[in-house]
Design a protein around this ligand. Structure first.
Ligand SMILES: C[S@@+](CC[C@H](N)C(=O)[O-])C[C@H]1O[C@@H](n2cnc3c(N)ncnc32)[C@H](O)[C@@H]1O
Length: 228
């Protein structure tokens, strides 16, 4: 790997979370159908999906609720999920099997390296990053995914006119996102301040419903990859 991409600061810690027997089975049996192994070379996405269609990526999909809903509701879009948490990947595979999805693939690897090395330039039309780890402590801010270097990677892989959707339940992170995106010449906010109402493509999860009951806020942001 080139030295400039060798990272010591990562945006995640691999949590111990238990992988269930069903998830483990899906990780073994369904990986050949839905999984793409990480390799430091560009993917041929037309070959992977067997067609040329609009493409979306969800980064850090967790258990995959939003990604499964999007892929099911948009068979015309080829969807790629990137997540490092094995039980989450297993959960997504179970859902993908059950829904017999033909337009979904998964990479279980650090999204920073995937975007830098495996996704060809201007190949992606939609990117979703919902509730990235907020890393609230100041000394951990450097671990936040949304940073100028990461936004430059997003700009590289996204096609002009493409849509970037972000959501967070941590207000200071929402403002950090606005600052970082606002400083990028590759993106333009879709509204005056970047904030939008919850998009229909982001389902209300159990986590968010609980937050609502506790009076927590959620901030949705939407940006356009500016054409060249
Ligand atoms: C707070 S969770 C949110 C999960 C999901 N998006 C949701 O809304 O429920 C953040 C997720 O991002 C994943 N993640 C963090 N950094 C990542 C990275 N660099 N590459 C891939 N996944 C990452 C974590 O493993 C975790 O599952």
């Amino acid at each position: 790997m080139p030295p400039e991409l060798r990272r010591s600061v990562r945006s995640y810690v691999i949590r111990a979370g238990r992988t269930t027997a069903a998830q483990q089975r899906a990780l073994t049996e369904s990986w050949p159908r839905f999984g793409l192994d990480f390799a430091p070379e560009p993917l041929d996405l037309e070959r992977v999906f067997g067609r040329r269609a609009p493409r979306m990526i969800e980064i850090g999909f967790g258990a995959g609720e939003a990604l499964l809903a999007f892929a099911s509701e948009h068979p015309e879009v080829d969807c790629l999920g990137i997540e490092v948490h094995p039980p989450g990947v297993g959960h997504l595979l179970l859902g993908a099997e059950a829904a017999d999805l033909h337009n979904l693939r998964v990479i279980a690897h650090d999204a920073v390296e995937v975007l830098a090395q495996q996704i060809p330039p201007a190949a992606i039309d939609i990117v979703h990053i919902f509730f990235p780890d907020p890393w609230p402590k100041k000394r951990h801010h450097k671990r936040r995914l949304i940073q100028p270097e990461f936004v430059a990677l997003l700009a590289r892989v996204m096609a002009p006119g493409g849509t970037l959707r972000l959501a967070t339940d941590w207000e200071p992170y929402a403002h950090h996102m606005r600052e970082v995106l606002g400083a990028s010449s590759a993106f333009r906010a879709r509204t005056a301040d970047g904030f939008v109402p919850r998009p229909s493509v982001r389902p209300l999860t159990r986590f968010e419903r609980r937050g609502q009951r506790l009076g927590h806020g959620v901030w949705d942001l939407e940006y356009e990859r500016i054409g060249v």
